[in-house]
Design a protein. Structure first.
Length: 153
């Protein structure tokens, strides 16, 4: 059970890293280069450009993932470490996971995304596009709620 939980936690961190890198890469990529590639027949470049035409949908999808993944991994880590170390386990979970999320889920993926923006955008575009489609009902609901909240201002 412990090994399975560890695998799930590491998988969640990898998912966060991929989507963090994708976000940075897509927002950093040269639209001119992507456009040139799309005109030359690169369907992945056309797909990334299409995603970038709807930044609110793209960012809402990534925000959902980058919110849920750390929450889920934190809950799993806290549960495991609390079972083995008691209340000290909760503190350990906070410190260890915060460091791992910061380094491996945010800082390093963002560095990759800024260093290789077009390459990562092209490679991760199909995954992001499928995820945007899959989470569309949820992002539409968030957009609706945000619109209502903004209307109250």
């Amino acid at each position: 059970m412990l090994l399975l939980t560890l695998i799930v936690i590491l998988t969640l961190l990898a998912v966060a890293a991929v989507f963090c890198a994708a976000e940075t890469a897509m927002l950093s990529a040269s639209k001119a280069r992507l456009y040139q590639k799309a005109r030359a027949g690169d369907s992945r470049a056309a797909q990334v450009l299409e995603l970038l035409k709807h930044p609110e949908q793209l960012l809402a999808t990534i925000l959902i993932i980058l919110t849920l993944v750390p929450v889920a991994s934190s809950a799993l880590t806290a549960g495991v470490l609390n079972e083995h170390f008691g209340p000290l386990g909760l503190a350990l979970a906070t410190v260890v996971l915060a460091g791992m999320i910061l380094l491996f889920g945010e800082a390093f993926p963002k560095a990759l995304g800024t260093r290789y923006p077009e390459q990562l955008a092209l490679h991760l575009g199909p995954l992001v596009a499928r995820t945007v489609g899959l989470l569309h009902p949820l992002t539409a609901a968030i957009k609706f709620i945000n619109g209502g909240l903004l209307g109250l201002l």
